[in-house]
Ligand binder design. Sequence first.
Ligand code: KG4
Ligand code: ZN
Length: 336
Amino acid sequence: MYILGIETSCDETGVAVYHSERGLIAHSLYSQVLMHSEYGGVVPELASRDHIRKLVPLIKQCLSDGQVKTTDIAGIAYTAGPGLMGALLVGAATARSLAWTWRVPAIAVHHMEGHLLAPMLEPNPPRYPFVALLISGGHTMLVQVENIGRYTLLGESLDDAAGEAFDKTAKMLELGYPGGPKLAELAKRGKERFDFPRPMTDRPGLDFSFSGLKTFTLNTLNNTDKTDQDKADIAYAFQKATAETLTIKCKRAIRQTGLKTLVIAGGVSANQAIRAHLQEMARQQKVQLYFPRLDFCTDNGAMIAYAGCQRLLAGQQEDLQIFARPRWPIEELLSV
Ligand code: KG4
Ligand code: ZN
């Protein structure tokens, strides 16, 4: 069964075709990064308008790349939330309309469930149950995963998400948007010089807080001459503190749940320093660690097609409504 996946929750238009037995057939992505970089961040209205321009051509391209006919498509999965309302509505309305025209079901997918399941697209996927650390631009969550749709939130960020902290810190260092990858690049030239705090690691619990790191970064920066080397050293210290904080919490989550499989997903999981810290911890703790491939850490249509396919295979059905929910707790999802 071929499933078309559509992702438009933020600043990436992603489309993919996934086959229930043959796996990923084709995927295409258009990133709006250049357009938003002029403004230093995502402009929601511009994001929606660009999704309208790009989505249908991307669907056509993806079907043609995968040599899949519209009549082969058995269902359409679309990101229904969380995300920007206007951007979500473009994907939701397009998916629902195509599903109506092609006489196939459409299924609303939770964006973070998409991220969480992205490692399932790899040749050696994790087995349930596992602990998942989801680190994206909008969310930071530790989730106990029993199966698809059976999620217990173990901890989350009380303020900024990890990706948001990277982006805001990068802005302070005048690196532009999107900050995460740029900060990671600059940190490569940084040296061990500043010691940043590891927020909320000195008390029990699995919640996170990253907003204090911003203030610490600003104060540290203002106490230097703001040379390129100063900035690189600050980027290095920020990244190290974030990586260690995430690693400490993952180790704690593993101890608390007794699970020996850890999945890391979401845009920030592309960060090599964070991957290295987690890999070292996993080796010491004898934990199996899984990441999506780099392309599928950040937003993409493949993870949405996969999640929708599993739900459709399990017989999940929906009314003919255009469903978009900017805020949508992952624990409200139904198991399949
Ligand atoms: O998952 P994602 O594509 O979108 C959301 O669902 O939010 O994540 C985007 C976030 C941004 O904050 C971006 O700066 C961050 O992921 N990011 C990174 C890296 N690549 C993307 N952060 C740190 N290091 C990276 N290499
Ligand atoms: Zn995302």
